[in-house]
Design a protein around this ligand. Structure first.
Ligand SMILES: C[S@@+](CC[C@H](N)C(=O)[O-])C[C@H]1O[C@@H](n2cnc3c(N)ncnc32)[C@H](O)[C@@H]1O
Length: 426
């Protein structure tokens, strides 16, 4: 699924803009590592995050700046693939000479002097700048997005699409969620400051700390001891709106690797029961590993391998969270290769899955209980329209919409999310 924000966040942390690009000298092994990564992402359809994780392991001598260069440049070229390909006048399949041409576009637009390596022979620097100005007048090229997705975004969001698309092409902030079972926000802030990592609190998000500059927080003692998780501020809103209380029985029906489960369990102070489900057992194994680090003991995991798993819990949960599989369009900032991997057919299928999931899993809510339906998409067809049609179907007739929040990246500065809170009749 495209909306696994946890997976997308790991190598993103290396994207620390430490270097002054203009005065930068290109190092052959770093450029080659970038080209190799792009080759795997573009031509072998590999996930950018996983490719970078492997590439960065390649040379132990690489320091933080080298790793930042590879990760940042790769993500940048992935983000601007269409624009750079048009400027470089190359088509898919991107062979190595084509990838070097796209790299030359990236370097030229960032004011970096192109070295006299054979791969960069006859790079038309002036033509690159001229083409950039010309193509910047056309939205789908300027914002580097496939035609079908640009048309869909405009159809669904109208004029708002312009602003949201531009916001989704900005670099994502790194936000931490402090685990109140282990530490306070102030303790984490001070601990990170000792490691020269500066953070700031985020208004409206009581457990959030935003990194002022990117850093690899996973290597800190605080992370290893479960004091915090990396979780975008918009994603932190989901458990806030679900509002689980100690002693309740809460079902996280699409739990994945447990970003929201961990938040829910911490708000429940380890009291009561969280049942975390997913159709993929491996994700739930990762969830359990994270729960141990977080000092959480009230989570039970269940793989959804038959309808029985849901039936056993019919009408038994105080609260159910459906963090539905979705297009992931709200998290393009941290997962830019989703632009190129997403297909119209996938979107149609996932919308059907969302409707089936909400019909089926909502039955686990007990009378008087609550349901939260959330996605990391900004498309109304995956969000408010899904809720509206659910409420009209038989499965939704006992529910009413209490409130919903459409978190737009342009307004929040964080990921795009949709969160609806529904109440079941007594
Ligand atoms: C948005 S992701 C969940 C992210 C997770 N809640 C978190 O906070 O880290 C959606 C999840 O739904 C799972 N999924 C897909 N189809 C499902 C289904 N029919 N029933 C339950 N889970 C499903 C995917 O495996 C994926 O982990």
């Amino acid at each position: 699924m495209y909306c696994n924000t946890f997976a997308a966040s790991n190598t993103y942390l290396y994207n620390k803009v430490l270097f002054n690009l203009k005065s930068m000298k290109l190092h052959r092994n770093l450029v080659f590592a970038t080209i190799d990564s792009l080759n795997l992402i573009f031509n072998d359809n590999k996930q950018a995050d996983k490719v970078l994780r492997d590439t960065l392991k390649r040379d132990k001598r690489w320091g933080a700046r080298d790793r930042s260069f590879i990760a940042e440049t790769t993500y940048d070229i992935v983000r601007w693939k269409r624009l750079y390909a048009e400027i470089a006048d190359v088509n898919e399949h991107f062979d190595r000479p084509n990838l070097f041409r796209m790299f030359a576009v990236w370097a030229t637009l960032n004011g970096i002097t192109i070295p006299d390596w054979p791969q960069f022979e006859a790079t038309p620097t002036r033509r690159i700048k001229g083409r950039f100005d010309e193509y910047s007048k056309i939205r789908k090229l300027r914002e580097s997005i496939p035609d079908w997705l640009d048309e869909l975004g405009e159809k669904e969001l109208g004029k708002k699409w312009d602003t949201e698309l531009a916001a989704l092409n900005k670099q994502a902030s790194v936000v931490l969620r402090v685990n109140p079972l282990k530490a306070t926000v102030q303790q984490v802030k001070e601990h990170l400051e000792e490691a020269e990592i500066k953070t700031e609190t985020v208004k409206g998000h009581p457990h959030a700390l935003r990194l002022i500059e990117r850093a690899n927080v996973f290597s800190t003692e605080a992370f290893k001891n479960g004091w915090f998780e990396v979780q975008d501020a918009s994603s932190q809103k989901v458990a806030q709106i679900l509002d689980p209380r100690p002693g309740m029985r809460v079902v996280d029906a699409c739990a994945g690797a447990g970003g929201k489960t961990l938040h829910i369990a911490s708000l429940m102070e380890n009291k009561g029961q969280v049942i975390s489900m997913d159709i993929y057992g491996n994700k739930l194994i990762e969830l359990k590993r994270r729960a141990r680090r977080n000092g959480i003991h009230n989570i039970e995991t269940r793989v959804i391998d038959s309808t029985k798993v849901i039936k056993k819990l019919l009408g038994k949960a105080d609260k159910v969270l459906i963090d539905a599989p979705c297009s992931g369009l709200g998290v393009l900032k941290r997962n830019p290769d989703a632009k190129w991997k997403l297909r119209p057919e996938f979107l149609e299928t996932i919308k059907e899955t969302q409707a089936e999931i909400i019909d089926s899993y909502s039955r686990m809510v007990k009378p008087g209980g609550q349901l939260v339906y959330a996605t990391c998409s900004i498309l109304p067809s995956e969000n408010e329209k899904q809720v509206k049609t659910f409420l009209k179907r038989e499965a939704g007739e006992e529910f009413t919409l209490t409130k919903d929040e459409k978190i737009l990246p342009s307004k929040s500065g964080f990921d795009g999310f949709y969160i609806a809170l529904l109440q079941k009749k007594e």
